[in-house]
Design a protein. Structure first.
Length: 78
């Protein structure tokens, strides 16, 4: 009787083991999917920030270049 109960418990547990494994696999896949989507959002926001910073730097460089050109023109006129 004792062994029958142990065998019955083992069969019941082993019968559900693949179900637990597939659930764990699904949750792992969902976790990886969420991490991937989060990384895509971060990459997109960093790219936007980099483009904005590049525009600001280019704008300042253009102003500096024009001012240098004006200074050269003033120096050569005199």
């Amino acid at each position: 009787m004792r062994y029958t109960g142990i065998l019955l418990a083992l069969f019941l547990l082993l019968g559900y083991a693949p179900v637990f494994g597939s659930e764990a696999e699904k949750t792992a896949k969902e976790g990886f999917r969420q991490v991937h989507q989060g990384m895509k959002k971060v990459t997109k926001s960093v790219h936007k920030k980099a483009k904005k910073d590049t525009r600001i730097i280019d704008k300042n460089a253009k102003k500096t270049w024009e001012k240098a050109g004006d200074d050269i023109n003033k120096a050569t006129k005199d």
